[in-house]
Design a binder for this molecule. Structure first.
Ligand code: DAH
Length: 344
C-alpha cells in the first residue's frame, strides 16, 4: 500500500505539472482526491489493516492528499492567471479606432412649430381635432359655402383655389377653417379644439408665398363666450410663443365666417416697430386671423346662436416660424437643403 501511495503521489504530481487548463486540473482532482478517487479507495481499505499499519498508512495517505491539494491550489492560481490574460487579450477593444459616422436627423422646423403650438393650446385646455375632420381634398361646400362665403361673392377670390378634375366643386382646401364645420357637425358644444394641417393656394411662388403652406385652426364654442375670451386666449398664446416682451395689437378685419373679425399683429422683429421693408413701413406684422363665429355658420351646423357663441382663429405656421427665427424666404422650408434644416 505504501508503494501504491507513492505511485499515486508521483503520477498525480506529474499530471498536475502537465495540466494545461483549469479543466485539466479539475480532472486530476476528480481522479485522485474525490470521494470516488484513488486516495479514498485506499482510505476505505485501511480497516483491513493491523492497527500499526493503519496508523502508518493512514498518516501517509493524509500527507499525500494534503500535498496534492497544495500542488493543485498553486497550479490552479498559475493557470487562472494565464487564462485570464488570454481572455483579456482576446477581448481587447481598440479605443483609438475611428467610429462609424451616423448623421443625426432633426425634426423639420415647421413640424417643430406645429408641435410647440399644439402644446401651448393643450395647456390652455384645447384638444387636437381628429384628422378625419380635416381632409386636404375638400368640397367647395365645406371650404366656402358652409363658412358663409356667399355664392359668387368676391370673398372667394381672397383665396385663389386649386380645382381638381375628381368632380365639380372638389378642391384642394384653401384654408383649415372647413375643419370647424366638420367638428361642429360631429360634436355639440362645448367645443374647444385646434386642427393643424396643409392648405393650398394657386399663387405665384415668391419669398413670401408658396402654393402649399400650413395653418393651425382653432375653435371654441360654448355658452357666454365673448370677444374678451378670444382676446384673452390669443394674447396668452402670443405671449407664450413669442415671449412676453413682444408687443401685440388687435386690428379690425373681415372674414365671411366671423363677425366681428380681427387680425393679430406683433411688433416687427426686424425693425422693432420703427418701420422697415419686412413690415412695409408699418412696424407691425400680421400673425393670425380671428373673430367671433358668425351666427350663420352656427346655424349651418345646427347650433342655436341664441344659446351658444364662440370664437375661431387661424394662423400660418410658416409665417409664425419665419417671425420667430427671422427667416426671410418661405421657400427655404420646402427646398430640403440640409444646411438650412440642420440649424433647428
Ligand atoms: N381661414 C383664414 C385664412 O386662411 C384664417 C382665419 C381667419 C381663420 C379668421 C379663422 C378665423 O378661424 O376666425 O385666411
Amino acid at each position: 500500500m505504501k508503494e501504491k501511495l507513492e505511485l499515486i503521489l508521483k503520477d498525480a504530481t506529474e499530471e498536475i505539472n502537465n495540466a494545461k487548463s483549469l479543466q485539466d486540473l479539475d480532472n486530476v482532482k476528480l481522479n485522485y482526491l474525490s470521494r470516488k478517487g484513488e486516495l479514498n479507495s485506499i482510505k476505505k481499505n485501511l480497516k483491513d489493516l493491523s492497527d500499526e499499519d493503519k496508523r502508518i498508512i493512514g498518516a501517509l495517505a493524509n500527507k499525500v492528499s494534503n500535498q496534492l491539494e497544495e500542488l493543485i491550489a498553486s497550479k490552479g492560481e498559475e493557470l487562472y492567471k494565464v487564462e485570464l490574460n488570454q481572455k483579456l487579450n482576446s477581448e481587447r477593444i481598440d479605443i483609438t479606432l475611428p467610429s462609424d459616422y451616423r448623421p443625426q436627423g432633426k425634426v423639420h422646423p415647421l413640424t417643430q412649430t406645429i408641435n410647440e403650438i399644439v402644446e401651448i393650446f393643450q395647456g390652455l385646455g384645447f384638444s387636437v381635432m381628429p384628422s378625419e375632420y380635416s381632409p386636404e381634398v375638400e368640397t367647395e361646400y365645406i371650404n366656402f359655402d358652409m363658412l358663409n362665403f356667399p355664392p359668387d361673392h368676391p370673398a372667394k377670390d381672397m383665396q385663389d383655389t386649386f380645382y381638381t378634375k375628381v368632380a365639380p366643386n372638389v378642391i384642394l382646401r384653401s384654408q383649415t377653417s372647413g375643419a370647424q364645420i366638420r367638428q361642429m357637425l360631429n360634436q355639440t358644444p362645448p367645443v374647444r379644439v385646434i386642427s393643424p394641417g396643409r392648405v393650398y393656394r394657386c399663387e405665384s411662388v415668391s419669398a413670401r408665398k408658396n402654393n402649399l403652406f400650413h395653418q393651425i385652426e382653432g375653435l371654441l364654442v360654448d355658452k357666454d363666450i365673448t370677444f374678451a375670451d378670444l382676446k384673452g386666449i390669443l394674447n396668452e398664446f402670443v405671449r407664450i410663443y413669442f415671449g412676453s416682451a413682444r408687443p401685440t395689437r388687435f386690428r379690425a378685419s373681415y372674414f365671411p365666417f366671423t363677425e366681428p373679425s380681427a387680425e393679430v399683429d406683433v411688433q416687427c422683429i426686424m425693425c422693432g416697430g420703427k418701420g422697415c421693408r419686412t413690415c412695409s413701413g408699418t412696424g407691425w406684422l400680421e400673425v393670425l386671423g380671428s373673430g367671433m363665429v358668425h351666427a350663420n355658420v352656427l346655424r349651418n351646423v345646427g347650433i342655436d346662436p341664441e344659446i351658444y357663441s364662440g370664437f375661431a382663429f387661424g394662423m400660418g405656421v410658416e409665417r409664425l416660424t419665419m417671425l420667430k427665427y427671422a427667416i426671410n424666404d418661405i421657400r427655404l422650408f420646402f427646398n430640403n437643403d440640409t444646411r438650412f434644416l440642420k440649424q433647428f
